[in-house]
Design a protein around this ligand. Structure first.
Ligand code: AMP
Length: 226
């Protein structure tokens, strides 16, 4: 088992900062479980499971799913085998209560966080990215017409499925989600700074450079060659 496989990372940042894209890449490069709570909730909504039905109204309105539900989902996911040797959290924690519950959960499992990486992107750039974002309906890969253009318009490069525009990426909803981030999630920056875990990475650079910067901030000098 390589040192990279034991990485336990949180990607912190506003909607549109690139957490999902980078989490996927980190997961693939270093064999980490990619734990995206937004992806998990969308899958539950699509499957019309009881949890999905409960979460739907929150997703539709750009509000956060209640902490007890979210923490329960993450706790269950962390027990899967693939999360034992390392994980990258994408979109969790998002509130102070989630962060303290996650600390307690990791302590119970005798696991320690390696680092919390904040992806920093100015608000006007986030709005630009999100309102132009297209997401694969099958594998969740994100595209936008600024920096990550699909090879064939409307089709996912990775799996060939159709790209869709998320309803919560409409202009008005985007502004609301960013306000929710500022109010509920941004305070976690200071929380993890206080725990000496926070590293800030400039999220406006090219996707490859952001990846290299995250890997370096997490203590992995460069992407391993296959
Ligand atoms: P995302 O794909 O991360 O932008 O998340 C989409 C939506 O899922 C959010 O707007 C929330 O409604 C819900 N969600 C995702 N992660 C969380 C979380 N950690 N806590 C509460 N709600 C969440």
């Amino acid at each position: 088992m390589s040192a990279a496989r034991q990485l336990r990372l949180i990607l912190l940042g506003a909607p549109g900062a690139g957490k999902g894209t980078q989490a996927r890449r980190l997961g693939e490069a270093f064999g980490l479980a990619q734990i995206g709570t937004g992806d998990m909730f969308r899958a539950a909504v699509a499957a019309e499971s009881p949890m999905g039905l409960a979460a739907k109204e929150y997703l539709d309105n750009g509000e956060l799913v209640p902490d007890e539900v979210t923490i329960g989902v993450v706790e269950e996911r962390l027990h899967h085998d693939d999360a034992r040797d390392g994980f990258v959290m994408d979109g969790f924690p998002r509130t102070s209560q989630q962060a303290t519950a996650f600390d307690a959960l990791l302590a119970k499992l005798k696991r320690r966080l390696s680092a919390v990486i904040e992806l920093s992107v100015p608000r006007d750039e986030l709005v630009r990215r999100l309102t132009r974002r297209w997401v694969c309906a099958h594998c969740n890969t994100s595209y936008n017409l600024l920096s990550a253009v699909p090879k064939v318009a409307g089709v996912c490069d990775r799996c060939g499925f159709l790209l869709v525009h998320r309803r919560d990426d409409d202009q008005e909803m985007v502004r609301h989600r960013l306000d929710v981030y500022d109010e509920k999630t941004a305070p976690l920056i200071a929380y993890y700074q206080g725990a000496s875990l926070l590293r800030t990475v400039e999220g406006t650079k090219h996707i490859d450079e952001v990846f290299e910067d995250i890997a370096a901030a997490a203590g992995v000098p460069k992407e391993p060659t296959a």
